[in-house]
Design a protein around this ligand. Structure first.
Ligand code: PMP
Ligand code: GLN
Length: 409
């Protein structure tokens, strides 16, 4: 980063600055920060803390998938994959949508492979939204939405998810949609709140999107990580398929977040339009990983159910520790994350606490306000997000250290 960027005026409207502001990376003094995930992970490393911040598993995924990637490299799958992704993976994605959700997807025209879900999200937003448009997300929101909406020049509007259940609220949603809403982003299961949206909430989103002519862009990267509640893709709901772009990725499902293999599916015309943008973001990536992920998507049902069951036990273990440590715990129904309110510990500013926590007790967590605009940040000021996609003994030790917090704040 150049010195200029660091000292740029806070009100700069350059695309980078709209991007930074959209993801809360620009301080009021104009200083450019790094993402909260990078910041907290760096702090965790510095203080040798247990990193319950950034959501990445600390164990490898299934051996056969790792072996398949190694074999693909050894067998020479080392040049560009086709722009839309390897056929074997596109067919595996289509088969997965049919097998788990009864959705029919044409592997030739209705699917593209991307560099993680992140690239699909970026390409979809940049393809359809620009100045004068609104892109609606729930709040708290995953940081990349704000960044890309900022880059696109569209206005980022939000509908709040409120404690304790963090379900979309009908009145809030109706108020948030407008004639200008071009895209509504539906992240379900939801990061950071861990909520799984009810069928009626999803149906309302579809009705409102249809009324205002908006495209629905879903982010379903935690689709296989729900706890006792089946995942319901928006595209399966009546009236949704024609306007819905469904996005997911391999990172969470197969514990390979570093591979960055994601995908998007939907109606052929919309997919072709997104592909036009995606082509010029990366063109294509991850050839040897694409075949390995295809193999993963074809694993037996027990792989998927066992992964969710193990993660659920981790959620329970962390939840116990967090309650014992004195937090108010919002039990998640899916994802890698548990949100807590630190107010019962007398903590009002969880962002400040998150910056001190690694040094204070050797645990790292993410402040929820970083996923919000101003109003949402006020609502979530004392809340933290803890990741439980870690080994059982790591969670146990994290919980033990959290138990020492009360005495130190
Ligand atoms: N969406 C959400 C809600 C996430 O939590 C993440 C983080 N993994 C992503 C998208 C990014 O996914 P990927 O790593 O596949 O780009
Ligand atoms: N998705 C992960 C999380 O929410 C981290 C992604 C990132 O570091 N950008 O923690």
């Amino acid at each position: 980063m150049t010195t200029d960027a660091h000292t740029a005026a806070p009100r700069s409207t350059a695309p980078w600055s709209r991007t930074a502001r959209g993801a809360n990376l620009l301080g009021s003094d104009g200083r450019l920060g790094i993402t909260i995930f990078e910041e907290v992970t760096a702090l965790a490393q510095k203080h040798a803390a247990i990193n319950l911040g950034q959501g990445f598993p600390d164990e490898d995924g299934p051996r056969e998938i790792l072996d398949a990637a190694r074999a693909a490299i050894a067998d020479g799958a080392n040049q560009y994959a086709p722009g839309q992704g390897l056929a074997v993976l596109r067919h595996a994605i289509a088969a997965h949508q049919e097998r788990f959700y009864g959705l029919t997807v044409d592997a030739q025209t209705e699917v593209i492979v991307s560099t993680g879900a992140t690239e699909s999200i970026a390409a979809a937003i940049l393809a359809f939204a620009g100045p004068g448009d609104e892109v609606l997300t729930f709040e708290p929101f995953y940081d990349s939405y704000g960044a890309v909406i900022g880059l696109s020049g569209a206005t980022h509007t939000t509908a709040p998810l409120r404690a304790p259940d963090f379900q979309p609220d009908a009145a809030d949603l109706e108020a948030a949609f407008s004639e200008r809403t071009r895209i509504v982003v539906v992240n379900n299961p939801h990061n950071p709140t861990g909520s799984v949206f009810s069928r009626s909430a999803l149906e309302l989103i579809v009705r409102l999107a249809a009324r205002y002519g908006a495209i629905i862009v879903t982010d379903e990267v935690y689709e296989h990580l729900t706890f006792g509640i089946p995942h319901l893709p928006v595209a399966t709901l009546p009236g949704a398929a024609e306007r819905t772009l469904t996005i997911s990725s391999a990172g969470k499902t197969f514990s390979v977040t570093g591979w960055k293999i994601g995908w998007l599916s939907g109606p052929a015309d919309l997919v072709a339009q997104v592909r036009t943008v995606k082509t010029f973001l990366t063109y294509t990536s991850g050839t040897p990983f694409q075949g390995a992920v295809a193999l993963g998507l074809g694993l037996p049902d027990t792989y998927f159910s066992d992964a969710a069951a193990t993660l659920r036990r981790k959620r329970d273990l962390l939840g116990e520790g967090l309650r014992a440590a004195g937090f108010d715990v919002f039990e998640p129904e899916g994802t890698f994350f548990t949100m807590v309110d630190a107010a019962p510990l007398g903590i009002e500013d969880a962002t400040d606490l998150a910056r001190r926590l690694p040094e204070l007790i050797g645990v790292a967590a993410i402040p929820v306000a970083m996923f919000c605009h101003e109003e949402g940040a006020e609502r979530t000021r004392s809340m933290l997000r803890f990741a439980f996609c870690k080994k059982f003994d790591v969670i146990e030790e994290g919980a033990r250290r959290l138990g020492t917090l009360q005495a130190r704040v």
